[in-house]
Design a protein around this ligand. Structure first.
Ligand code: MG
Length: 357
């Protein structure tokens, strides 16, 4: 799916997004799942072609033709496979949509959402210049977004935050480092700590919990973990170690909606607030993020970007739109509330496989 603007972060620049969609059918009802690991293993060890192969060769055949009554049962069937949360998620999320449609219930209500309408924030990638970034922030503020996240990496650091804070002193701002730093960068984090950020997202390495705990002891700005949390167990250990004060939940990164719900509950019990993150999914995957955002321990506006802001053409039909400048409402119809538009899907598909029981 070609992006309107290339997405620049600490790990690279993406002009297009590669995603895996699963259509799961049972008893004449279909459900859709999407897992969007990006085209290369830069955000995490997984990538779209790899996820496709793992679903086709290993995980799909494990659940084909089985009666599966819960997301947990599906996860247990896949329990013999190590890691690969994005592949697991493609099937898990499709199961949840299928289940909600069979139950005749909107997904957000089925998973325990408290209100269908949620706040969303905006995320701004690395810009060509600080002036361009200030323009982008101004557009976001004018559009009504109540918080702005700035991608942050070597060469695009403290001075950009100072400029944004100077221009918009009251705006809620946080930075996302996408694993770009180590504890050797402590002096930079101590300077950043003075700037009143809402949080610092994933400052240190992918998968790290121990150094994050050390950094969190040295700064007062809350750390939010993203890439380091790939399972409920990671969330439990991060809380135990004091590695963060926020957790960003992305269903695809943690193995699906079943695991996302579990992490939500673990965090809620521990008094650690959460919020929803995005992998630049099409509208199909985004609709699951919206449902997740309706849960009670989601305490910060989500990174939920409607497809028309990201893509020249989005996949979802009906399209997901902001209901208010910075709010989005989960649909009242059964399931995730949308499906891929068949024509768009055909035009963008590079590979497809059918598994039949
Ligand atoms: Mg992040």
């Amino acid at each position: 799916m070609p992006l309107i603007t290339p997405w620049k972060t600490a790990y690279g620049s993406d002009d297009a997004v590669e995603s895996v969609l699963v259509r799961m059918v049972s008893g004449g009802v279909e459900g859709w799942g999407e897992s969007c690991p990006l085209g290369s293993p830069t955000y995490s060890p997984e990538y779209a072609a790899g996820v496709f192969n793992v679903v086709r060769d290993f995980m799909g055949p494990r659940i084909l033709g089985r009666a599966i009554e819960s997301g947990r049962q599906l996860q247990d069937r896949l329990g013999c496979f190590k890691g690969n949360p994005f592949a697991r998620a493609a099937l898990d999320v499709a199961w949840w949509d299928l289940h909600a449609r069979r139950e005749g219930q909107p997904l957000w209500r089925l998973i325990g959402g408290v209100s269908p309408s949620i706040d969303v924030g905006t995320a701004l990638g690395v810009a060509q210049s600080v002036d361009k970034l200030i323009d982008n922030v101004r557009q976001a503020v004018d559009a009504g977004f109540k918080r702005v996240k700035l991608k942050y990496c070597p060469g695009w650091e403290t001075s950009i935050v100072e400029s944004v804070k100077q221009a918009f002193p009251k705006l809620v701002v946080h930075v996302d480092c996408n694993c770009a730093y180590t504890l050797d960068d402590l002096p930079m984090f101590e300077r950043l700590d003075q700037l009143g950020l809402a949080m610092i997202e994933q400052p240190l390495g992918y998968g790290d919990l121990v150094d994050h705990a050390e950094l969190q002891r040295r700064i007062t700005t809350p750390i939010c973990l993203d890439e380091s949390i790939a399972s409920p167990r990671d969330a439990q250990q991060a809380i135990k170690l004091g590695s963060c004060r926020w957790i960003n939940i992305k269903p695809a990164r943690v193995g699906g909606l079943t695991e996302a719900l579990k992490i939500h509950d673990i965090c809620q019990q521990a008094g650690v607030p959460c919020w929803v993150g995005s992998m630049l999914e099409s509208g199909v995957g985004t609709s699951v993020l919206v449902a997740l955002g309706t849960l009670p321990n989601m305490k910060y506006p989500g990174d939920i970007l409607p497809g028309d802001k990201l893509y020249e053409r989005d996949l979802a039909s009906p399209a997901i739109r902001l209901s208010d400048p910075a709010r989005i409402t989960a649909p009242a119809i059964p399931g995730i509330g949308c499906a891929p538009d068949p024509q768009q899907l055909t035009s963008m598909t590079t590979e497809r496989i059918v598994l039949e029981a």
